[in-house]
Design a protein around this ligand. Structure first.
Ligand SMILES: Cc1cc2nc3c(=O)[nH]c(=O)nc-3n(C[C@H](O)[C@H](O)[C@H](O)COP(=O)(O)OP(=O)(O)OC[C@H]3O[C@@H](n4cnc5c(N)ncnc54)[C@H](O)[C@@H]3O)c2cc1C
Length: 226
């Protein structure tokens, strides 16, 4: 690992220097394996946050009662070495074929979507619907503000608390919200949804209700939390 950046109070981006890394496609993930002194090993998956032409990066949310994420966020230091395996995944991957791209992220589920945004040359129409608990929990906040309107439209919903004067959405993603934000199904967008299992199911069900072809919807579930 070469360096770390704070994204939110609980989330950090780790820049990695991986020997022999063969490159990746936007949306893929890697596995991190940690080995304790006694030989005990723990392995977890992390989406790749960087575009293929950037230094390899992952963005990790610390779960206070977790095993691996607190170590990566609180303990890992520049120069530490740990095992990586990847890139992994061929399904949750974006390839630009000119069709619009609708990205739906919940919490740290924005990470692989950010890799897609960072990989875009600006040719594709992209829209990100990003659900966070509060504004402080928004990952990549400054970068998204810069990119909003430059190749991607960013729409936020803050589900737990909103700052004074908040003009974005303030509710959980449901069919009514998706109807306002998503392109019509007839535009045939590619859809990538990532977040907790419940979040992903709600967003995918809502889009199917709006007439989206289930085949056009790709999902990645990080687990119960997120
Ligand atoms: C494809 C993929 C990509 C992912 N990408 C990212 C990413 O980009 N960023 C990110 O932050 N995370 C990502 N994740 C999630 C990540 O892999 C880990 O699951 C996460 O970091 C938590 O790991 P942990 O070891 O800290 O927590 P764990 O120790 O695995 O615990 C996770 C939660 O489960 C609970 N738990 C653990 N064991 C039990 C048990 N026996 N019974 C009941 N509850 C239990 C814990 O209390 C905790 O709340 C991704 C997951 C997948 C599958």
């Amino acid at each position: 690992m070469t360096s770390k950046t704070d994204e939110t109070p609980r989330v950090q981006t780790l820049l990695l220097d991986a020997d022999g890394w063969g490159g990746h496609r936007p949306g893929q993930h890697l596995d991190v394996r940690l080995t304790a002194e006694g030989g005990y090993q723990a392995q977890r998956s992390y989406s790749i946050a960087s575009a293929p032409d950037e230094q390899l990066a992952i963005t990790v949310e610390r779960l206070s009662d977790g095993e691996v994420s607190p170590w990566l966020v609180d303990e890992a230091h520049d120069g530490d070495r740990f095992e990586l395996r990847g890139p992994i995944g061929g399904y949750f991957v974006w390839e630009d074929d000119g069709r619009p791209v609708f990205l739906v992220g919940g919490g740290s589920g924005v990470v692989p979507l950010m890799a897609m945004i960072r990989s875009s040359s600006g040719g594709a129409r992209m829209r990100l619907l990003y659900s966070s608990r509060t504004l402080e929990d928004v990952i990549y906040r400054d970068e998204l503000a810069e990119r909003d309107g430059n190749g991607v439209e960013v729409v936020y919903t803050l589900t737990r608390a909103q700052p004074p004067g908040w003009t974005g959405y303030s509710k959980r993603i449901d069919t009514a919200l998706l109807r306002e934000i998503a392109w019509p199904a007839s535009d045939r967008p590619h859809v990538f949804i990532c977040g907790s299992t419940r979040f992903v199911d709600a967003a995918a069900d809502g889009l199917v209700e709006l007439g989206y072809d289930p085949e056009s919807i790709r999902t990645e579930r990080f687990g119960a939390t997120g």
